[in-house]
Design a binder for this molecule. Structure first.
Ligand SMILES: Cc1cc2nc3c(=O)[nH]c(=O)nc-3n(C[C@H](O)[C@H](O)[C@H](O)COP(=O)(O)O)c2cc1C
Length: 239
């Protein structure tokens, strides 16, 4: 059960703990091989299941993979990626054409990441290799594959985001790291084949979970955020 006793710890400490969990979460792209116990993953998912969803539909379905099953998935999808056999996505993640200001932000994030890795612009082979690390779950010991029933509507996809964020923040609270990964959607058929996922489910994304390898420079990169005033209008506060 979630702790609903607001007096158990001071309000300031509570705010600080939650704020730190949220703001210190970052996408980690290099993990240590240290195993994560099944009980810990179950605890994370149980906490995440308190996510709100329209009519409490709870549209999430999760496959947690490790060991031989993860190896099979990694091998099958990496082979497809290396052969350049991307599969048309079940849903469109990004708009075409890519409008501003999102294009600028996307480029800044991409180049920031490749810059941290000293990958030069135009070095397609190095970029392909780095992208391919997605399909190793960045060496994390645990991978998660998220799916949703294809009969559900956009509202349930909105719900899904709250669930994913709960997982990432709860993992952070336990000293673990994550990387959400839409990259797996480009190989959804292979993912579904290996994990025997029924045809009426759509692969929403994957996620790497484990202990961050803090010695890897890729994990130092922090994309910047817009200031609150850049995306918010405060209305009616001045009387
Ligand atoms: C749904 C979703 C899918 C993502 N897919 C990928 C991915 O496939 N590979 C990757 O390296 N990062 C992926 N990211 C991570 C974003 O690049 C990252 O969240 C963003 O740059 C902000 O950085 P931060 O998470 O470190 O704060 C994804 C993030 C989200 C929310």
């Amino acid at each position: 059960m979630p702790d609903t006793d607001a007096t158990a710890i001071s309000a300031d400490l509570r705010a600080e703990i939650v704020e730190t969990a949220v703001t210190s979460r970052a996408s980690v792209r290099a993990f240590l091989p240290t195993a994560v116990p099944k009980e810990t993953i179950a605890r994370i998912l149980e906490a995440a299941s308190y996510a709100p969803s329209g009519s409490n539909m709870q549209p999430w379905k999760v496959r947690v993979v490790t060991g031989a099953v993860k190896d099979r998935l990694v091998e099958a999808v990496s082979a497809e990626h290396d052969a350049g056999r991307m599969q048309e996505r079940d849903f469109k993640y990004y708009p075409t054409p890519f409008p501003e200001p999102y294009l600028t932000r996307r480029r800044a994030t991409g180049w920031g990441l490749y810059g941290a890795l000293k990958i030069e612009k135009g070095d397609k082979e190095a970029m392909h290799r780095q992208h391919g690390r997605n399909f190793l779950f960045f060496d994390a010991p645990v991978g998660l594959i998220f799916t949703i029933d294809n009969s559900l509507e956009m509202g349930s996809w909105l719900d899904y985001g709250t669930f994913l964020q709960n997982i990432m923040v709860m993992a952070r609270g336990l000293g673990l790291a994550t990387c959400p990964q839409a990259a797996w959607c480009s190989f959804h058929s292979t993912v579904k084949e290996v994990l025997e996922i029924p045809d009426d489910e759509i692969v929403v994304c994957g996620m790497a979970l484990g202990h961050a390898d803090t010695s890897e420079i890729v994990n130092d990169y922090r994309p910047v955020r817009e200031p609150v005033d850049g995306f918010t209008q405060f209305l009616g506060f001045d009387g």
